[in-house]
Design a protein around this ligand. Structure first.
Ligand code: PT1
Length: 288
């Protein structure tokens, strides 16, 4: 079969990676707990308002998700997830000129979200669900393949690796092969080590320190550390909203070690931090 031409968003991601300027991806959760008033209309309205804010703050991309995957989260069914994300994606696509990814593990949601205007798939399950890899191949959009050990509900109970970096490198080699065998254009693949997804603090820190090793796989890297509990453990800050400075520090460290797309809550702060990094890189000069 003749592969479709490279997607414009994939082009954009590769261009940014080539120039070593990280892209900032704003997180847009459309789960009922993220908008206290459960009403659908209010949910779309509040999500659109949040999207406008992130775009004004300089987000390059928005990641729309209708199923929580944080530790302990319970799964939701595909119909419920679609009802949450589709109206929000349609509303944003009608008003804002920003590419969106759909954060989902389900092929039905991938299809519905891309039909509604999403330009990328972000799968924390690495396209391992039944039918997911075929859906991603058919849709022909860029796709983030994330590593997760276990499933959200139980993944933090006893995460175990021989060597977390080596184990993930093996996982990605297998997934890259499976994706290309299924007909996904390799230029559409983005990889993500999945911070906090079945990993201890020490596993997360080793992955952050050794991030550059994942660049050898030849694909752009997406990194999500924003406000996660690993930062709470490091700083002693138990409230997620109090982890902004730690999140910005982690984003800069990840970018400096090869992260290409930074998935964050605090867009304005991260955009400023990335500008400092970009200015230093543009100036050049000797590395220690
Ligand atoms: C991520 C990510 C994601 N994270 C990608 N998608 C979440 N590609 C959702 C905690 O320890 O890193 N990459 N989609 C959110 N998941 C978590 C996981 C949230 C752990 C919080 C924690 O606090």
């Amino acid at each position: 079969m003749h592969p479709k031409s490279i997607h414009p968003l994939a082009e954009r991601i590769h261009d940014a990676a080539r120039r070593e300027v990280p892209l900032v991806m704003g997180i847009l959760n459309v789960t009922p707990d993220s908008f206290s008033d459960g009403g659908r209309f209010h949910g779309v309205d509040a999500a659109l308002e949040h999207a406008r804010r992130m775009v004004a703050d300089g987000a390059d991309l928005l990641d729309v998700g209708g199923e929580s995957t944080r530790p302990g989260a319970e799964p939701v069914d595909a119909d419920e997830e679609l009802e949450r994300v589709v109206p929000v994606i349609e509303a944003i696509a009608a008003e804002l000129d920003v590419p969106m990814s759909i954060d989902t593990m389900k092929p039905e949601v991938m299809r519905g979200a891309v039909a509604a205007g999403a330009a990328m798939i972000n799968d924390v399950n690495g396209l391992r669900a039944e039918g997911a890899i075929e859906a991603a191949a058919e849709l022909g959009v860029p796709v983030c393949v994330m590593h997760m050990q276990g499933e959200p509900r139980t993944m933090q109970s006893d995460p175990t690796y021989e060597d977390v970096t080596e184990d993930l490198l093996g996982f990605f080699r297998e997934r890259i092969r499976a994706c290309t065998d299924a007909g996904i254009d390799p230029a559409h693949l983005v990889l993500d080590p999945g911070f906090g997804f079945g990993k201890s603090l020490d596993h997360n820190l080793q992955l952050l320190a050794e991030l550059a090793r994942f660049r050898t796989l030849g694909h752009p890297l997406l990194i999500g550390i924003s406000r996660k509990s690993m930062l709470g453990k490091i700083t002693g800050r138990e409230v997620a909203e109090d982890r902004v400075a730690a999140s910005v520090a982690a984003a800069v460290l990840a970018a400096e070690r090869g992260g290409n797309i930074l998935r964050v809550h605090d867009v304005a702060e991260t955009v400023d931090a990335v500008r400092v990094l970009a200015a230093m890189r543009e100036r050049g000069g000797a590395r220690p």
